[in-house]
Write a protein that binds this ligand. Structure first.
Ligand code: XIL
Length: 313
């Protein structure tokens, strides 16, 4: 049987996974990560809190490990993420800075990280989760102090640091047409019209079994029609645990439907799953009582979703 990456290669799309740095030492884990996927995203290792735990003191070890892993296995690297209200270092989250200082800190961070991986990271989530559910911009340290212009400034700094990298804005609950995706759509449209260097939109797609939005394809298409790439950036499809055969079959159908929604759109360039094995998933910790959201079970055996997803690619 062909691997996921072999199937995705045929249509010129990438199929990626989030990688947990702490799991790369497990041979089974590393083997699936390299053989099945053509792109990797650091689950945590490239977040600001990971790379600059103390101001001016950097820890690139885990991020560098992932880049080396990808190069050894002919994989693309999807950089995640530069500017986000969450998982910031404490010195930044709790520090007090003038607006001018904060702007310099933010653009400096973007410049430092993008420049370090120039030519090695092909896509960056420059801004992550900027929106509220009602489509307004989320209050965060950046928005509160800098206003909406923090977004354009982050993109401009990223472009200057690596003109070849594709620059994305990424969010969740934006897969279907709703108030939040309307807000995102209007922002992307406005950024494009102002010449802000944005290349794509990531749709996280942390979904629930049986609830792939019916408007997902049309929604991806309207973004693509703005002239940007669209990607599914963090796909998982959770269920109330324990799993049973009915739920696993519905999940399989859902994974395939998401793949088809991407493949239907010429500018949908790829899909990243947020981890591949149920034993590594963030879901049970974040959504108590839910889990079994991935393509492989807790023993790294492929679930019905694996075959269905591959069929959809
Ligand atoms: C999650 C990781 O999977 C967890 O290990 C971590 O504790 C919290 O962050 N949206 C994102 C990702 O953009 O960075 C998040 O990843 C999941 C939700």
């Amino acid at each position: 049987n062909p691997t996921l990456r072999e199937v995705a290669d045929r249509t010129g799309r990438f199929v990626g996974t989030a990688v947990n740095d702490g799991r790369l030492g497990d041979g089974t884990y590393a083997n699936i990560a390299k053989s099945e996927f053509s792109s990797v995203t650091a689950e945590n290792a490239m977040k600001w809190g990971s790379v600059e735990p103390n101001r001016g003191q950097f820890n690139w070890a885990a991020a560098d490990r992932l880049v080396s892993f990808a190069q050894a296995n002919r994989q693309k690297v999807y950089g995640h993420t530069l500017v986000w209200h969450s998982q910031m270092p404490n010195w930044l989250a709790n520090g007090s800075f003038s607006n001018a200082e904060l702007r310099t800190i933010m653009t400096g961070h973007v410049t430092t990280q993008v420049a370090r991986y120039k030519g090695k990271v092909q896509r960056w989530d420059v801004v992550n989760e900027a929106f509220n559910e009602n489509g307004t911009l989320r209050t965060s340290k950046f928005y509160n102090q800098l206003g909406q212009s923090y977004i354009a400034d982050a993109f401009r700094a990223a472009r200057a640091a690596d003109p070849s990298a594709k620059l994305f804005i990424n969010d969740y609950n934006t897969e279907g047409t709703n108030a939040k995706s309307d807000g995102l759509y209007n922002l992307v449209k406005s950024l494009k019209s102002q010449g802000v260097p944005i290349d794509g939109v990531g749709f996280q797609s942390h979904l629930i079994v049986g609830q792939v939005p019916s408007t997902m394809k049309a929604n991806l298409q309207r973004f693509a029609d703005l002239g940007v790439e669209v990607v599914i950036s963090e796909l998982d499809i959770r269920m109330a645990t324990p799993a049973d055969a009915t739920k696993l079959q519905q999940q399989a159908n859902d994974y395939k439907a998401v793949a088809r929604n991407c493949l239907a759109i010429a500018r949908c360039t790829g899909i990243t799953v947020w981890g591949f094995g149920d034993r590594d998933s963030w879901v049970p910790d974040t959504f108590p009582g839910q889990g079994a959201a991935n393509l492989y079970d807790t023993n790294y055996q492929p679930k019905p979703a694996y075959n269905a997803f591959r069929d959809g690619l």
